[in-house]
Design a protein around this ligand. Sequence first.
Ligand SMILES: O=C1O[C@H](COP(=O)(O)O)[C@@H](O)[C@H](O)[C@H]1O
Length: 241
Amino acid sequence: MELHIAKDPAQLSENVAAWISNYIQEVLQDQEKFTFVLSGGSTPKQLYSLLAKPPYAEIIPWEKIHFFWGDERAVPFEDERNNARMAFDVLLDKVPVIPENIHVMRTDIGPEQSAAEYEQILRKYFKDEELTFDLVLLGMGDDGHTLSLFPGMPVVHEEEAWVKAFFLPAQDMYRITLTAPVVNDAACVLFLTTGANKALTLKSVIEGTFDADKFPSQLIRPQDGELHWFVDEAAASAMEL
Ligand SMILES: O=C1O[C@H](COP(=O)(O)O)[C@@H](O)[C@H](O)[C@H]1O
């Protein structure tokens, strides 16, 4: 695991935008397509908006990228809480991506059906071979959740399904999420975490005893891939560095 600490969220977004742009170009030297799994929530917004502007808007080969989502809140696309909607507003509507290469988790159908459909999309894309995303971007909630793997929810222990839907009572909302084993097959996973409100949780996730029910983010340990945590000084402030 590699830890990258930036001064503040703005610096962090700059660093991650540069890092992602280099990584995409490097990977595309050896392959034709790049699979990029986006996260939702508020933390990646600044990063997405930087990627949508020069120099990244011009140097990233957008037409070669296939976009997927790590998780979705089962609310209509028009709802501000919809993870895909945020990515469209800030990034995907602003750069020359190919619409067919954008694979959203649908919320205009039932969550169970959406999860089953998404798993089929992934199986078709990866042709039933090993599912290996090139890059998975993740966030961490102050309760230690990542994707929609929330503390204490059975989905945390899912080993078979690639995609699961479930009701999250704490938010009175259905969630659709990739499962941990799928993300752990990725070539590279990048966590983005900012803010003093996440400092104690981050310390527990990185330096604490393994307890996936309490801190689902600890489940993310790519088998053969890279794991990077990009955090700001406030989020890192409780760690023993
Ligand atoms: O609910 C969610 O939260 C996490 C963390 O979001 P943040 O606002 O604390 O950055 C996010 O990664 C996930 O995609 C989202 O559905």
